[in-house]
Design a protein around this ligand. Structure first.
Ligand code: GRG
Length: 277
């Protein structure tokens, strides 16, 4: 399967949908709007929204039912990167080969752009289309799942522990907690939301959520392998590579009940396991 072409096609649709949901000139102070758009629209692999769309496809759902959630998840991801780059966190001046948001707009605007993107994500998720598609009840469930995945019991909790361990030696339980929460939870919920809003049965949603948890961990693990940090440092590069293969197998096994409908997701698991960026 030509995954490169698939990502290109899906990213094009996602970028158009994101652009439509971001502030326009006049909606907000100009510099804030510019920083929000810059943070979201300056590249990025769009892996989380691609997962949401692919999970929807795997259960035979309609793309229009999951596009808001896909965009909200990418906005949350973008906010996390803006804040992660700030001087008080990782202090990174470059993101995606360009100046990071605070390097370009200053700390105050970058901090607020991150806040506004997180808030906008929940605005997009809860917006009513008037036609009741998907039903409000389902949207509320997804709102709850996403809030849990990115708050103190999810991404923010993982980031908090990661920050605490900046100058301390990591042990296995700590690095597992960090990886599962800091980056795994958002990826896992991207699949869970796509499957659920796409109309999957409870068993299908559960299968895709299990896939999401494995592939979310795999994504962070391959990042650790690429930079020799985190998990790779704790257990060693060779064992980390073995763990990556094991996670790819776990992820693909979770797709078994979906059979050929999940072939894209199966190919993405292999792609993540062998990724170089
Ligand atoms: C600030 C609350 C808060 C959380 C930050 C995800 C995160 C939490 C920080 C990013 C740190 C980092 C570089 C982790 C490695 C894995 C990862 C999430 C990389 C960035 O995601 P990609 O590769 O980025 O999907 P693109 O640019 O493709 O969107």
């Amino acid at each position: 399967m030509d995954l490169e072409a698939y990502f290109k096609k899906q990213s094009g649709k996602i970028d158009a949908a994101l652009t439509a949901r971001l502030p326009r000139p006049g909606d907000a102070p100009a510099e804030l709007s510019r920083a929000m758009r810059y943070a979201v629209l300056s590249g990025g692999k769009r892996i989380r929204p691609v997962f949401t769309l692919a999970a929807c496809e795997a259960v035979g759902g309609r793309e229009k039912d999951v596009m808001d959630a896909a965009c909200a998840l990418e906005m949350i991801h973008s906010y996390s990167l803006v804040h992660d780059d700030l001087p008080c966190m990782d202090n990174d001046l470059v993101r995606r080969g360009k100046p990071s948001c605070h390097a370009k707009f200053g700390e105050v605007t970058a901090l607020l752009a991150g806040d506004a993107l997180l808030t906008r994500a929940f605005g997009v998720l809860s917006a009513s289309d008037g036609g009741g598609t998907p039903p409000e009840r389902k949207k509320l469930t997804v709102l709850h799942w996403i809030a849990e995945a990115v708050g103190h019991r999810g991404m923010v909790g993982g980031q908090a522990l990661d920050m605490q361990y900046q100058d301390r030696e990591l042990d296995l339980p700590t690095v597992e907690y960090i990886n599962t929460h800091k980056s795994g939870a958002l990826i896992a919920v991207s699949l869970r939301a796509g499957a659920f809003l796409g109309g999957g049965t409870p068993a299908q949603v559960e299968s895709l959520y299990r896939y999401g948890k494995a592939v979310g961990l795999l994504f962070q693990l391959t990042d650790d392998i690429m930079d020799g940090q985190g998990y790779a440092k704790v257990i060693g590069l060779r064992d980390a590579r073995q763990e990556a293969s094991r996670l790819a197998v776990t992820a693909k096994k979770a797709l078994a009940p979906l059979r050929s409908r999940a072939k894209t997701l199966s190919a993405i698991a292999d792609f993540v396991a062998s990724r170089k960026n």
